[in-house]
Design a protein around this ligand. Structure first.
Ligand code: FDA
Length: 449
C-alpha cells in the first residue's frame, strides 16, 4: 500500500527528484480543492497513524481568496448554504456553514433571515475559516508552472513532478512529487478579441480593487460603461451606480433585456448529484441537449431580484427626470479609443447600424469566464491524457482523466469537465460530493497499489 506514513512519506525516488512523495498534490486552492482537503482531513482522522492520505495543496495567491474582485457588499450566493463544502457529503461534518455560524455566534440571527442564500462576503468568511483549519495542508504563494510525468526504469509513470514558483524571487521554484494530482484551477476571465486591459478598461473580476484605486486617487467618474448581460454585468452596473452617485452608468448588451436565471425547483435538479450520473452516462447528443435546455440556470442570466431592482431604479430616475442608469440594448461596442479625458466608446445599435460615441471614464467587460486550457498547465503531462473525437479530454466518472496504459499516476479534474459531468462542473453545487468521490477513488487506488 502506498499510503504515506503519517505525514510526509520519505521514499527514495527512482531518480534525483524530490524525496517526499505525496499521495495527492492539489493544484489551486479554491473551494473545490478546499473541499477535497477537508474530505482528506476527515478520512485521516478516522485512520491509524500510518493509514492516512498524504496531501499537499498548492495555491498561487498569498492566502485564501474566492473571487475577491467581485465581493460586492450586498451580493448573495446563488447556491443554497446547504451546498457548502461538506454537508451534501457528510451532514455531520463540523466543517459546515452552520458550524461556522455557530462558532461566530450568528446561527439564530442567520435563521431569522429565512434565506438559503447567504451574502457572498459571509460565504467567503466561511471558506476562509475552513481553509484556516486545514492550513497545514496548503502551500500559498506557490504558482504551479509545470507538471512532468516521472518515468521509472520500466518506462511506466508512477508519479508527477509538479514545479511551482515560490516567493523567493522570480526564478525561485520548488518541485514536489506525487502519485496523483487534483487540478482545480478554476476559470479565467474572458475578454472580446483584441481587448487591452488598462487602468480604465477592466474585466469585472478586477472591479473592487480598481474602484478602490480610483477612489483613493480621487479620480472623478462621470460615466462608466459595462458590457455584458449576465449576473456579473448586472451586479457591476448596480454597484457602480451606487458607488458613484454623480455618474451615468450605461449597460451595453446585444440582448433586448436581461434574462432571469432559472432557479425553479425542477430545473435546479440538473445540479443534483444524481444528475451527474445521468449526464455522464448519456450519449453526446443527449448531453448537448441537456446542456442547451438548462444553460439558463447559469449562463448569461441574472437573478430576478436584481433585474427588478435595476428596473425600479431606472424607472424612478425617469420619474424624477434625472436618468443616470441607462441600458443600451441590442447594441455592441465597436471601438474603444482614447479621448482627451478618458475613453471614447463607440456603441452600435444593431437594428440600424447607428453609432454613438460615449465619452467614458471606465469600461468594464463583464464578458464571462472560460475554462483554463489544461494542456497549457499540464505541459508534458497533457501528452499522456486521452482525448475524444472532439479533442476534449476523456474523464472517468471518478473525475480521473483517462491516460495511456503505461501511466499509473492519476490526474483528477475539478472544473473543466462540463463535457463529461455536466453543468455543475464549474459551480459549487456538487463540490462536497465530488470531493468525496475523488477522496474515495484515491483511497481505493492507493490501497490497490
Ligand atoms: P476557483 O476559481 O474558485 O479557484 C481556483 C484557484 O486556483 C484560485 O484560488 C487560483 O488562484 C488557483 N490557481 C489557478 N492557477 C493556479 C496555478 N497555476 N497554480 C496555483 N494555483 C492556481 N458558483 C456557485 O455555485 N454559486 C455561486 O454563488 C457562485 N458565485 C460566483 C460569483 C462569482 C463572482 C464568480 C466569478 C463565480 C461564482 N461561482 C458560483 C462559480 C465559481 O466558479 C465557483 O464558485 C468556485 O469558485 C469554483 O471553485 P474552484 O475551486 O473550482 O475554482
Amino acid at each position: 500500500m502506498s499510503l504515506a506514513e503519517g505525514g510526509d512519506a520519505t521514499v527514495k525516488a527512482p531518480d534525483s527528484g524530490p524525496r517526499i512523495i505525496h499521495d495527492v498534490l492539489g493544484i489551486g486552492f479554491g473551494p473545490s480543492n478546499l473541499a477535497l482537503a477537508i474530505a482528506v482531513e476527515e478520512h485521516n482522522a478516522d485512520q491509524p497513524a500510518a493509514g492516512g492520505i498524504d496531501a499537499l495543496f498548492l495555491e498561487r495567491q498569498p492566502g485564501f481568496g474566492w473571487h475577491r474582485g467581485m465581493l460586492i457588499d450586498d451580493a448573495t450566493m446563488q447556491v443554497s448554504f446547504l451546498k457548502d463544502l461538506v454537508t451534501m457529503r457528510n451532514p455531520t461534518s463540523d466543517f459546515s456553514f452552520l458550524c461556522f455560524l455557530r462558532e461566530r455566534g450568528r446561527m439564530v440571527d442567520f435563521l431569522n433571515q429565512k434565506t438559503l442564500f447567504p451574502l457572498r462576503v459571509e460565504f467567503h468568511a466561511y471558506f476562509e475559516w475552513a481553509a484556516a483549519r486545514v492550513a497545514h495542508l496548503v502551500s500559498y504563494s506557490s504558482e504551479v508552472l509545470s507538471v512532468t510525468p516521472v518515468r521509472d526504469e520500466d518506462g511506466g509513470v508512477q508519479h508527477f513532478d509538479v514545479t511551482c514558483r515560490t516567493p523567493g524571487g522570480l526564478s525561485a521554484t520548488v518541485t514536489h512529487r506525487a502519485r496523483n494530482i487534483s487540478v482545480a484551477v478554476g476559470l479565467e476571465p474572458h475578454l472580446p478579441p483584441g481587448t487591452a486591459l488598462s487602468e480604465r478598461v477592466w474585466h469585472n473580476s478586477q472591479l473592487l480593487p480598481r474602484v478602490a484605486e480610483l477612489t483613493a486617487a480621487g479620480t472623478p467618474v462621470r460615466r462608466a460603461v459595462v458590457l455584458g448581460a449576465g449576473q456579473s454585468a448586472a451586479e457591476a452596473v448596480d454597484y457602480l451606480h451606487r458607488t458613484f452617485p454623480d455618474a451615468e452608468i450605461c449597460g451595453v448588451f446585444a440582448k433586448y433585456g436581461y434574462t432571469p436565471a432559472d432557479d425553479s425547483p425542477f430545473a435546479n435538479r440538473i445540479f443534483d448529484p444524481e444528475a451527474v450520473d445521468v449526464y455522464f452516462d448519456s450519449p453526446s447528443e443527449v448531453k448537448q441537449s441537456l446542456f442547451d435546455y438548462h444553460r439558463s440556470t447559469n449562463y448569461s442570466v441574472v437573478d430576478m431580484d436584481l433585474i427588478e431592482a435595476l428596473y425600479a431604479t431606472a424607472y424612478r430616475e425617469k420619474v424624477q427626470g434625472r436618468e443616470r442608469l441607462r441600458f443600451l440594448n441590442v447594441s455592441r461596442i465597436r471601438e474603444v479609443g482614447i479621448g482627451d479625458e478618458g475613453l471614447e466608446v463607440a456603441v452600435e445599435f444593431l437594428p440600424t447600424g447607428e453609432r454613438q460615441v460615449l465619452a467614458t471614464d471606465i469600461l468594464v467587460h463583464a464578458t464571462g469566464y472560460r475554462a483554463r486550457d489544461i494542456g497549457t498547465l499540464l505541459g508534458e503531462a497533457a501528452k499522456i491524457c486521452l482525448r475524444d473525437d472532439g479533442d476534449a479530454v476523456r474523464v472517468g466518472r471518478d473525475h480521473r482523466v483517462e491516460v495511456t496504459a503505461d501511466v499509473h499516476a492519476g490526474i483528477y479534474l475539478q472544473g473543466g469537465t462540463e463535457h463529461t459531468h455536466g453543468l455543475a462542473s464549474t459551480l459549487l453545487s456538487t463540490t462536497a460530493v465530488r470531493a468525496g468521490e475523488i477522496r474515495d477513488s484515491l483511497v481505493s487506488r492507493l490501497v490497490a497499489s
